[in-house]
Design a protein around this ligand. Structure first.
Ligand code: NDP
Length: 330
C-alpha cells in the first residue's frame, strides 16, 4: 500500500455531489509525468462552484478540487523539471476533470507547470493564484489593444473579489487611474488603499440599460458578466477595450452591437484555463515584478484545508474579500 495524503474530495451522490476531507491513497493519483508536493492552494470562485455543486464545474467523479497550486516537484519524468523545482499550476482542467490542488499531493503533466518566480514565496504566489493571474491576463489584453495609462480611467467590476482586487492593485501600480465598481460601499477604504480613485455603486451597472450610454471609461476589466458587462460596453469611450473574464453576476450577455459598430469598442475575452504557456510565463513574471507585496498581504486570508468547504459557501455568498490561500497541511 502506498502512503496516503489529505485532499478535498468531491464525490457524486444521488442529490448531485458532496465534498469532504479524505485520506487518499497515493497509488490512485492520476496519470502524469510530474508528482508535486503541494505547499499552498487557493479557493477561487470556480472552486466554490465545484465544492458546493452549485454549477456543473466537475466533469469527472470522484475528483480532488482545486484549480491551482504552488509546490515542490517530488518526482519527474519530464525534461523541463527535476525533483526540488518550485512550480505553479493554474487551470488546464485541474479540479474539473483532472485531480486538482486542494490536496497535499498532485500528479500532472509537466507541460502544465510554470516555474515559481524567484522573488515569490509559495504564500505570495497563491495570494495571487488563478484570480490574480487572470487579472494580469486582463491587463495585458488592455495593453495589447492600446489602452495605456494616458488614455483615461479604467473600470474594474466585482472590485472586492479576487480578480477585481488584484486588477486594481496592478492597474494602479502601472499608473492607470482606476474606478472600482462594488456592491460593498463599506469597503471603500480597502479599495482606495489598493489604488482605486473612484468608487462606482454596483447597482448603477447591474440592471438593464441603454445600448449606448455616456462615454465614461477608456477600458474595463469585467468579472461580473450579464447586464453589468452590457452596461460597461455601452459606457466605454470611443476605441476602448473591455477585458471580460467573469460571470459572478450571470453567464448571459444582454447587449447590442452598438458599442462595437458605432464606437469601435473591443470586447476581449480572457481565458486562464487553456492559455498558452508563453502568455502564462509572461503574466507570472510581470506579476512578480509589479505587485506590491504589502498590498498583496492586505487582500489575503489564510485558511486550512479543513476550512475550505465552509469558506466555499462564503465565496458564493459574496462576503469574502480579496483572496483565500489554503495551507493544505492543516
Ligand atoms: P470572487 O468571488 O472573489 O469575486 C467576485 C466579486 O463579484 C464579488 O466579490 C463581488 O464584488 C462581485 N459580485 C458577486 N456577485 C455579484 C452579483 N450577483 N452581481 C454583481 N457583482 C457580483 O471571484 P473571483 O474574483 O475569483 O472571480 C470573479 C469571476 O471571474 C468569477 O465569475 C470567476 O469564475 C471568473 N474567473 C474567470 C477566469 C477565466 O479564466 N476567465 C479565471 C478566474 C476567475 P463586490 O462585492 O465588490 O461587488
Amino acid at each position: 500500500m502506498t502512503p496516503s495524503f489529505r485532499a478535498l474530495l468531491i464525490e457524486k451522490t444521488d442529490a448531485g455531489s458532496s465534498a469532504r476531507i479524505a485520506d487518499v491513497d497515493s497509488g490512485l493519483l492520476p496519470e502524469g509525468d510530474v508528482t508535486v508536493r503541494i505547499e499552498r492552494s487557493t479557493l477561487n470562485y470556480k472552486d466554490a462552484l465545484a465544492i458546493t455543486g452549485r454549477s456543473p464545474v466537475v466533469r469527472r467523479f470522484p475528483i480532488i478540487a482545486g484549480i491551482d497550486f504552488a509546490g515542490v516537484v517530488e518526482e519527474s519524468g519530464h525534461a523541463a523539471w527535476t525533483a526540488g523545482d518550485r512550480v505553479i499550476l493554474n487551470g488546464w482542467g485541474c479540479g474539473e476533470k483532472h485531480w486538482g490542488g486542494l490536496a497535499e499531493r498532485a500528479r500532472v503533466s509537466g507541460d502544465w507547470l510554470v516555474a515559481l518566480p524567484a522573488s515569490l514565496a509559495p504564500d505570495q504566489a497563491m495570494a495571487i493564484g488563478t484570480a490574480g493571474y487572470t487579472a494580469m491576463l486582463c491587463v495585458m489584453a488592455l495593453e495589447r489593444h492600446g489602452v495605456t495609462p494616458s488614455v483615461g480611467e479604467i473600470l474594474v467590476t466585482g472590485a472586492c473579489g479576487g480578480v477585481g482586487s488584484v486588477a486594481i492593485a496592478l492597474l494602479a501600480r502601472l499608473g492607470y487611474s482606476v474606478a472600482a465598481a462594488t456592491g460593498r460601499p463599506e469597503e471603500e477604504a480597502y479599495l482606495r488603499d489598493l489604488g482605486a480613485s473612484t468608487i462606482v455603486e454596483r447597482a448603477e451597472l447591474s440592471g438593464p440599460g441603454k445600448p449606448l450610454q455616456a462615454e465614461r471609461w477608456a477600458g474595463a476589466v469585467d468579472t461580473v458578466g450579464s447586464h453589468t458587462l452590457a452596461n460597461v460596453c455601452a459606457s466605454i469611450r470611443y476605441g476602448g477595450t473591455v477585458a471580460a473574464c467573469g460571470l459572478a453576476g450571470g453567464m448571459d450577455f444582454p447587449a447590442t452591437v452598438a458599442p462595437f459598430i458605432l464606437r469601435g469598442v473591443t470586447l476581449a475575452g480572457i481565458d486562464s484555463v487553456m492559455a498558452p504557456l508563453d502568455l502564462r510565463r509572461t503574466a507570472w513574471e510581470r506579476l512578480a515584478d509589479t505587485l506590491d507585496h504589502r498590498k498583496l498581504q492586505t487582500i489575503t486570508r489564510m485558511i486550512g484545508l479543513s476550512d475550505a468547504i465552509g469558506v466555499a459557501d462564503e465565496i458564493l455568498g459574496g462576503t469574502v474579500r480579496g483572496r483565500v490561500v489554503v495551507d493544505v497541511s492543516r
